[in-house]
Design a protein around this ligand. Structure first.
Ligand code: NAD
Ligand code: TDX
Length: 345
């Protein structure tokens, strides 16, 4: 079987490539990635020489390149990770989010229709459901929760989801969608909360917590997400959406304090800064459907996963030092340089 993985030079896509090569050694994995600021070929170094793996640099919006690739590889399954993924960047500049996340999805599905596939899988997010109030811990996102987005990023992901379901209903394309909560683990791009705090703390730099830091995210170790997608593409029901999450809700401020503690750094590094516009308060996934239908459960407890993640960033300085030495510097200056510190208390 040939599996086309888009966005495989990014955080979750690369972890999925490693997962598939390890667990399905007779399959061929073809990775297509544009190598935007978030894609790193160095991430895939260990598999580049693997005969079961091929890397192709292309934009999923480039219809000609994508059709050529389908003609060459005739993939059986397509798993679409490729996306602009950072909420803060979408607030600054929404356009590329609509292009890549929606139109790129359309191009991939058109190629699937033209050349024929057994499954198109869309990697979506819990952010399509909007947020939950902090004072209702009894509420969770189920697959029936209405789409209700907050940011240009989540709107673009929701738009793509609707298009995927429309291609199923209208053209009978065999699709599945997974909506996962916040992932963490190796190769997480330094702009995101957990790696940013680890990297800043190691350099004794301020730890910029948006607002009071009371926002809650439901954290899942990336390998657990990869296992869920593996199960869905092989055993999931066509036309269905599966929520993926591990009932591991944490407040941002508690995550940052935990990182300080683990690295032996003082909490005085924590700096409360101006809040994200439209900041979602709480995400919390109800994973009952994927558990009941496919037997999926998260395997990595947060205490172990965060330790493994910190250890990985300590052991792989080369990977992130190269990233933060480049254009990331001007991104950081733009996003955080003008963000006013908030009074503590
Ligand atoms: P990421 O930003 O780390 O990686 C995205 C990858 O896509 C990069 O390698 C980038 O080069 C590539 N890419 C971007 N635009 C492209 C284009 N036009 N053509 C080809 N490749 C392109 O993102 P991530 O965190 O790994 O997220 C992967 C997917 O999972 C996204 O679809 C995201 O919405 C979804 N998701 C992420 C999380 C999370 O916590 N990170 C949670 C749920 C869902
Ligand atoms: O510097 C920061 N300070 C801060 O307080 C950053 C980068 C983030 N935060 C807060 C904002 C969020 O409440 O931390 C929380 C997590 O932020 P991100 O890491 O940017 O993730 P989030 O916005 O929750 O979105 C993530 O999960 C869902 C991924 O980036 C998305 O791609 C995914 O769909």
């Amino acid at each position: 079987m040939t599996i086309l993985v888009t966005g495989g030079a990014g955080f979750i896509g690369s972890n999925f490539v490693f997962h598939m090569l390890e667990h399905h050694p007779s399959d061929k994995i073809v990775c297509v990635d544009k190598l935007t600021y978030a894609g790193n070929l160095s991430t895939l170094r260990s598999v580049m020489e693997n005969p079961a793996f091929r890397f192709v640099r292309a934009d999923i919006c480039d219809r000609t390149a994508i059709c050529r690739l389908f003609e060459e590889e005739k993939p059986d399954i397509v798993v679409n990770f490729a996306a602009e993924s950072h909420v803060d960047r979408s607030i600054e500049d929404p356009g590329i989010f609509l292009t890549t996340n929606i139109l790129g999805t359309q191009v991939l599905m058109d190629a699937c229709r033209k050349y024929g596939i057994t499954r198109y899988h869309q990697v979506s997010t819990d952010e399509v459901y909007g947020d939950l109030p902090l004072d209702r811990p009894d509420l969770f996102f189920t697959e029936e929760t209405p789409i209700h987005t907050s940011s240009p990023y989540s709107s673009s992901k929701a738009g793509a989801d609707l298009l995927v379901l429309a291609y199923h209903r209208t053209y009978g394309l065999p699709v599945t969608i997974s909506r996962c909560s916040n992932n963490y683990g190796p190769y997480h791009f330094p702009e995101k909360l957990i790696p940013l705090m680890i990297i800043n703390a190691l350099a004794d730099k301020p730890l910029p917590v948006y607002g009071e830091g009371l926002n809650v995210r439901d954290w899942l170790y990336v390998e657990d997400h990869c296992r869920a997608i593996d199960l869905i593409i092989h055993e999931g029901r066509v036309g269905e959406v599966y929520n993926v999450g591990g009932h591991n809700e944490m407040r941002n401020i508690d995550i940052v304090k935990l990182i300080c503690e683990k690295l032996g750094k003082p909490e005085s590094l924590i700096t409360h800064v101006a809040d994200r516009k439209g900041h979602d308060m709480r995400y919390a996934i109800d994973p009952t459907k994927i558990h009941n239908e496919l037997g999926w459960l998260p395997e990595t407890k947060f205490a172990d996963g965060i330790q493994k993640t910190i250890d990985w960033y300590l052991a792989n300085r080369d990977w992130w030092e190269e990233i933060i030495s480049g254009e990331y510097q001007s991104y950081y200056e733009k996003m955080y340089g003008e963000r006013d510190p908030l009074p503590v208390g």
